[in-house]
Design a binder for this molecule. Sequence first.
Ligand code: GRG
Length: 297
Amino acid sequence: MSDPQLAAWMRQRQAETEAALERLLPDARIAPQRLHDAMRYATLGGGKRVRPMLVYAAGELAGANARALDHAACAVEMIHAYSLVHDDMPCMDDDVLRRGKPTVHVEYDEATALLVGDALQTQAFLVLAEPDLFDDSRRQLEALQLLARASGSRGMAGGQAIDLASVGQTLDRESLEVMHLHKTGALIRASVQLGALCGDVPPDALQALDRFGKSIGLLFQVVDDILDAEADTTTLGKTAGKDAANNKPTYVTLLGSSEAKRFAADLRSDAHASLAMFGERARRLAQLTDYIVDRSF
Ligand code: GRG
């Protein structure tokens, strides 16, 4: 990473996320120990923590208090961790490795993996519903609704359903976009809004941040597709990536690599344009946008 200040900020926020998750996940010494242990296994000690970093960066812009931000960052990461545990199960992607270690159903068992996802999801809402977290309880209710909407059938889970239904189908660009805006984009978009809701921003600022969140949510997925395709080119001699190998459409299979990169560049510009009204206050969000792209190409 080119900017040492950003690297230091990211390390600090990642460490803060880890410490807050340690505190806010159930203690593995308390019954049911095996479930609690598996929840911690799924959540702690791995991952880039992109969503928590977006919560913190938006919260900094909005002047949010640190405790509310820790809880919001953990809530969104718990939902993300649950989605990965379920996504890896044999009934979905059937993956054996996640974040460099065996997936939860491999390390524990399938029934435990199902329960880990369920319990992480409810833990997320418990953590965000903590009393006296927000200065304004109406904003806390808004945050809870926002996270529920982004995670549920009209958000991430809905996107996963569209994805499962698309296996073996030829999706057009619009349908692929709808799928990713839900499956990956909804939680990333919600992370930015959650950070802002922890503080105090006027409605026009919240709208601009929502446009920003929508652009980077899609950007994240386009970059993921490109990275996946490029990893396959170097390691397997294929050109389309794991999803494509699983007969799932991706931006690279649909648009080709050059056009997918052009689309990523457009989304990056849209994201920066949405931050224009904030000036210097949005520096971290702008830097995180570039990080999402530059971790690859
Ligand atoms: C099972 C309800 C349900 C939803 C699953 C998000 C999702 C929906 C599945 C993940 C599948 C996947 C690998 C999508 C590609 C983009 C993505 C979300 C990658 C994983 O997120 P990162 O890169 O992971 O932020 P880390 O490990 O860094 O947290």
